[in-house]
Design a protein. Structure first.
Length: 302
């Protein structure tokens, strides 16, 4: 009889962590779920094997027994005799034996090894009953502009023919994924519905650079205002704002406008800051008189 390599079934190695096993199981279970592969016997068999492998490897005790006794399958009958004798003598598992089980897999039941070693796990032998499994998770992508997520708003999505109305919180970030519980595929054998995962793709349709709740912008500053000081009007995300320029402001100077940035995700009325960097514009196409005056200024500074 053929040995079922549960690690190979889940496409992982023997050093896989519990998180690795869970991730691999979810990925493969979604791919081979019977609801997504109707009338596909190969997918059905694969789905059963995946669940069997997960049942064993996700349980530390069962995994330990599998790793210990699943090395050599040619002495299965001999090991069964030893196990029965030890059971009658009150010994049970252990005792340093190196023998192992063997088993087979078919459409209607788990492998013999799985049932003999762990008492049938999630299925009762001969009853034809299937375990309960959560439905498939759905994944959707929602494309928005940066201006769309400056304030919270409601939006209706159509997923698999169903309209889902949800509130999009202000401050959601590009690439962020949120979960809508219970809006995935139907469960198997009465199991719970899957979930809907929405990933946001946010295009920046503004002149601001965004880093989480902070915004960044570059403002051109004329030479005279930078030298002598003054006031200018700048753009913020919510409109215009007046800035006072200090005399002798240098090129590349950065100032912070507190609370003029982007909303903080799920923090009501909390905003980041807006950082303005000055880019001083040097005068061009000077007249003869201007050149003469700048020359005089140069002499005074020498």
């Amino acid at each position: 009889m053929e040995f079922i390599d549960y690690y190979k079934t889940l496409e992982i190695n023997k050093s896989a962590t519990k998180a690795d096993i869970k991730k691999a199981y979810r990925k493969l279970a979604r791919k081979h779920h019977p609801d997504l592969n109707p009338n596909d016997e190969n997918a059905k068999k694969k789905f059963q094997k995946i669940n069997e492998a997960n049942e064993v490897l996700s349980d530390p005790e069962k995994r330990k027994k599998y790793d210990e006794y699943g090395k050599d399958w040619q002495h299965a009958e001999h090991f069964e005799q030893q196990k029965q004798q030890r059971s009658q003598a009150g010994g049970g598992f252990g005792g340093g034996s190196s023998q192992s089980y063997s088993g087979s897999f078919d459409d209607d039941r788990f492998s013999d090894f799985f049932e003999q070693m762990f008492g049938g796990g999630g299925r009762t032998r001969g009853t034809g009953r299937s375990p309960h499994f959560k439905g498939q998770d759905f994944n959707a992508e929602l494309q928005l502009n940066l201006t769309d997520v400056y304030t919270s708003h409601k939006q209706t999505l159509t997923v698999n023919g169903k309209n889902i109305r949800l509130t999009i919180p202000a401050g959601v970030e590009n690439g962020q994924t949120i979960k809508i519980k219970g809006h995935g595929g139907p469960g198997v054998q009465g199991g719970p519905k899957g979930d809907l995962f929405i990933t946001f793709k946010i295009a920046n349709n503004t002149d601001f650079k965004r880093e989480k709740e902070h915004l960044y912008s570059t403002v051109e500053l004329d030479f005279y205002t930078a030298l002598l000081g003054g006031e200018i009007m700048i753009d913020t995300f919510k409109g215009k704002a007046k800035l006072t320029i200090k005399p002798e402001t240098q090129n590349g100077t950065r100032v912070k406008l507190k609370g003029k940035g982007f909303p903080k995700y799920k923090q009501e009325a909390e905003f980041g800051d807006l950082y303005i960097t000055y880019n001083i514009k040097i005068p061009t196409n000077l007249s003869s008189k201007e050149k003469e005056l700048y020359t005089e200024l140069q002499k005074l500074r020498s």
